[in-house]
Ligand binder design. Structure first.
Ligand code: NZQ
Ligand code: ZN
Length: 381
């Protein structure tokens, strides 16, 4: 068991209708106005937008809006948000949407308190020392952005998809109402399932020290995702399955699973972000392509944990059988498992590997993952 600091200052408000209290939660934090950030239309279609605005008005919270945040969110739109936040001296950012909206809100929160270019934080040229408070109402469960300090944004000019991570942008309050997630499309349900599994297994396989408690939590996460996804494919309105899926998503990347482990990292995410950056594939869809290939490439470096995974998650007897079972399950739920499934040609591998190797350096994996190694992994996909 390694030393760690575990600090997660986010308050979760979980349950039906909780979004109607968002104005009160913001008011209780002493905030008078916000930037209301959202995506490309789902919250207007569902009627959620009206309820959020009503709750803000009821509590005397003023607001400016930033709409049109796309999946694989863009730096240009983050900059638009920073401009609005500065111009109107807004005191907080409220994200209503999925991870892309939440991540954009966090970047805006940091950028609004900074005189330089917000991209400085992503390329580690500057450190975040201050940020506006962030609030979220989640409409899609996958990233755990509702309870962590991470934000991933794509620089639309340089095609770099990079991240920041600081507790300063952990949401103050996040609302998780599983009912708001019932309209998530089957393809995004599948991508979300893959993403949640990815968040838990990255450190599970790569850490040099991994306490049994942590391993069991991860195995429980993976099994719960598999069970609840299969229920939701048949019955999207199943509240209990939707709720369990959402809470599992939050636990998979809120700091719980790696606490006490040592030496773990996120190579699949590092590689995937380049698939999203260069081919605009959904994050989870990129992961379901990268993960089986990476597992086949990496398994000999930690055979005991791969055997354990096969046995505990799938009741199977070998590392290879576990990898095959996970890949087959990704396919079964409709997630792509080969580059060709996402129309990415083999001739694109070199550029992907070059792009990802830049992230590898930023994430401290430059030596382990040079361009040739990343290309070798992608060849397996
Ligand atoms: O644009 P809108 O209208 O909101 O539509 C979205 C979007 O098209 C739609 N959607 C969201 N809620 C819905 C809904 N459609 C119907 N009903 C609802 N209730 O779903 C689409 C995808 O939304 P998005 O926010 O992009 O999905 P997700 O939550 O998976 O976020 C993905 C982004 O998060 C980053 C990824 O890289 C990617 O950019 N990540 C963030 C992390 C973090 N902050 O810790 C960690 C992750 O590993 C990940 O990298
Ligand atoms: Zn992810």
């Amino acid at each position: 068991m390694h030393d760690f600091t575990y600090y997660n200052p986010t308050k979760i408000e979980f349950g039906k209708d909780k979004e109607n209290n968002i104005g009160r939660y913001i008011k209780e934090a002493g905030i008078e106005n916000v930037l209301l950030a959202y995506g490309t239309g789902s919250i207007k279609k569902s009627g959620l937008y009206e309820r959020i605005v009503a709750s803000l008005k009821e509590n005397g919270i003023g607001y400016q809006e930033l709409d049109g945040i796309v999946s694989n969110p863009l730096l240009s739109r983050v900059n638009d948000g920073i401009t609005i936040a500065k111009e109107h001296q807004l005191q907080a950012v409220l994200a209503v949407g999925g991870g892309s909206v939440a991540d954009s809100a966090k970047a805006i929160a940091a950028g609004a308190k900074y005189d330089g270019d917000v991209w400085d934080f992503f390329i580690q040229k500057a450190q975040i020392t201050e940020a506006l408070p962030v609030f979220t109402v989640m409409t899609l469960a996958a990233t755990a952005s509702e309870m962590n300090g991470n934000a991933v944004v794509m620089n639309d000019e340089t095609k770099q998809k990079y991240s920041i991570g600081t507790v300063l942008v952990n949401p103050v309050v996040s609302v998780i109402n599983p009912e708001l997630m019932a309209t998530v499309t089957p393809d995004y349900l599948a991508y979300s399932a893959v993403d949640i599994i990815a968040h838990s297994i990255e450190v599970y396989f790569t850490a040099s020290t991994h306490p049994h408690f942590n391993s069991r939590v991860v195995e429980s996460i993976v099994k719960s995702v598999i069970e609840t996804t299969e229920i939701l494919i048949e019955d999207p309105d199943n509240y209990d399955a939707r709720g369990e899926f959402a809470w599992v998503a939050t636990q998979a990347l809120n700091g719980l699973t790696p606490a006490g482990t040592a030496g773990g990292n996120f190579p699949n995410h590092m590689i995937e972000h380049s698939l999203s950056a260069l081919y605009n594939v959904a994050h989870g869809a990129g992961l379901s392509i990268v993960i089986p290939a990476w597992m086949k490439w990496y398994k000999e470096q930690n055979p005991a944990q791969f055997e354990r995974f096969a046995k505990e998650v799938f009741g199977l007897n070998s590392a290879d059988a576990g990898i095959d079972a996970l890949e087959a399950w990704f396919s079964k739920i409709g997630a792509p498992v080969r580059l060709s499934d996402a129309d990415i040609p083999r001739s694109g591998i070199q550029a992907l590997a070059e792009n990802a190797s830049q992230s590898a350096k930023l994430w401290g994996m430059g030596e382990q993952y040079p361009i040739e190694t990343i290309a070798e992994i992608l060849e397996k996909a």
